[in-house]
Design a protein around this ligand. Structure first.
Ligand SMILES: CCCCC/C=C/C(=O)SCCNC(=O)CCNC(=O)[C@H](O)C(C)(C)COP(=O)(O)OP(=O)(O)OC[C@H]1O[C@@H](n2cnc3c(N)ncnc32)[C@H](O)[C@@H]1OP(=O)(O)O
Ligand SMILES: NC(=O)C1=CN([C@@H]2O[C@H](COP(=O)(O)OP(=O)(O)OC[C@H]3O[C@@H](n4cnc5c(N)ncnc54)[C@H](OP(=O)(O)O)[C@@H]3O)[C@@H](O)[C@H]2O)C=CC1
Length: 295
């Protein structure tokens, strides 16, 4: 363990999308360094299992709420519930996201909305609900958003995600200035590929769609990122050790985007028939998750 195992003692951190993938890894990392953690997602069973798994190792540190972050009223109600039942948060990780690869010309308005509203509106509603409370109560707070290197490079075939992540980047810089006087810091991380089940089903659904963005051999360091590496960076930003850092987005990608294969440009050669196969495969994974949603 790089950091002291109690370095986050007294911290209470909300992680959206904390039931799976990176969010679950972050929840485990923060809980194992002494923080109390609340995880959000739309599937009660998935959240419950994640909390149980982490708590078995770390003690009763992780709590969960089924929340759809696209719904401002639900976010507000769940945030009020945290303050009432657990106490004030000290940090928020805007980690939940939706994404799938698709040719932009074929995207329906609902497809665009599903991705952009989750990433952009969800991060805004969650940040505002916590920030308002910190300001009213004179409390310090730290917000960390999980972005992606496409905020600098853009990426074809994931245009709504690139646009919405760039918007959250703008929110990070803007509120860092607006809320600095309240002691509220906003930072972000921009990971390269950290393979997770759901993301890879959405971004790498078929053999033909496996391109640079999701391939370890395209990373200059020759490997994917490890959860503990991302966890250590987010931990630092959530901790008092980063008290003078605000408005920053820190890249953690083994040099991936500087070597240029970090986008989905390699999908330019896919045919319409290959795109139809990719859509069918991604939708099957998505439908399986949807059948488990509680909200
Ligand atoms: C360098 C490496 C970088 C990697 C960066 C990673 C970034 C990520 O963010 S990965 C995160 C992946 N995780 C998720 O996406 C988790 C959440 N996902 C979901 O909730 C679903 O999978 C969702 C994205 C499909 C959204 O679900 P929902 O809001 O319930 O939306 P619908 O199923 O009703 O679909 C809305 C709309 O979108 C069309 N659509 C769905 N899937 C596809 C697809 N694969 N291709 C094209 N279009 C798709 C769907 O047909 C609907 O449109 P209409 O048909 O017009 O109604
Ligand atoms: N994996 C990678 O290589 C990279 C990932 N990222 C970013 O990291 C973050 C995590 O991605 P990853 O762990 O890979 O993917 P996952 O699909 O595992 O995580 C996304 C999470 O968001 C939740 N979620 C989606 N929509 C909503 C919603 N409307 N309300 C509440 N929760 C929601 C999902 O749960 P549920 O469906 O139950 O609601 C799920 O737990 C994302 O922001 C992604 O963009 C960035 C760069 C690289």
């Amino acid at each position: 363990m790089l950091y002291d195992k109690n370095c986050l003692a007294g911290k209470r951190i909300l992680i959206t999308g904390g039931g799976t993938g990176i969010g679950k890894g972050l929840a485990h990392h923060m809980a194992s360094h002494g923080a109390e953690v609340v995880i959000w997602g739309r599937r009660t069973q998935v959240l419950e299992e994640a909390a149980k798994e982490i708590n078995a190792e770390c003690g009763e540190k992780v709590f969960f709420q089924a929340v759809d972050i696209r719904n401002a009223e639900s976010v507000e109600a769940a945030m009020a519930d945290i303050w009432e039942k657990h106490g004030a948060l000290t940090g928020v990780v805007n980690n939940a996201a939706a994404n799938f690869i698709a040719p932009t010309k074929d995207l329906s308005p609902r497809g665009y909305e599903a991705i952009s509203s989750t990433v952009m509106d969800g991060a805004f509603f969650t940040t505002q609900a916590a920030g308002r409370r910190w300001i009213e109560q004179g409390l310090k707070g730290s917000v960390v958003s999980t972005l992606v290197t496409w905020i600098w490079t853009g990426s074809p075939y994931v245009v709504p995600s690139s646009m919405a992540k760039a918007a959250v980047h703008a929110m990070t810089m803007s509120l860092a200035v607006e809320w600095a006087r309240y002691g509220i810091r906003l930072n972000a991380v921009a990971p390269g590929p950290f393979p997770t089940d759901y993301a890879w089903e959405m971004l790498n659904p078929t053999e033909d769609s496996s391109v640079g963005a999701t391939q370890a051999d395209q990373v200059p360091m020759g490997r994917f990122g490890e959860m503990s590496e991302l966890g250590n960076l987010v931990l630092l930003l959530l901790s008092d050790g980063a008290d003078y850092i605000t408005g920053e987005t820190i890249c953690i990608d083994g040099g991936h985007h500087l070597a240029a294969p970090s986008t989905f440009a390699g999908l330019n050669s896919m045919t319409d028939a290959q795109w139809a196969q990719a859509k069918t495969a991604a939708k099957a994974a998505s439908d399986k998750a949807k059948a488990q949603r509680s909200v």
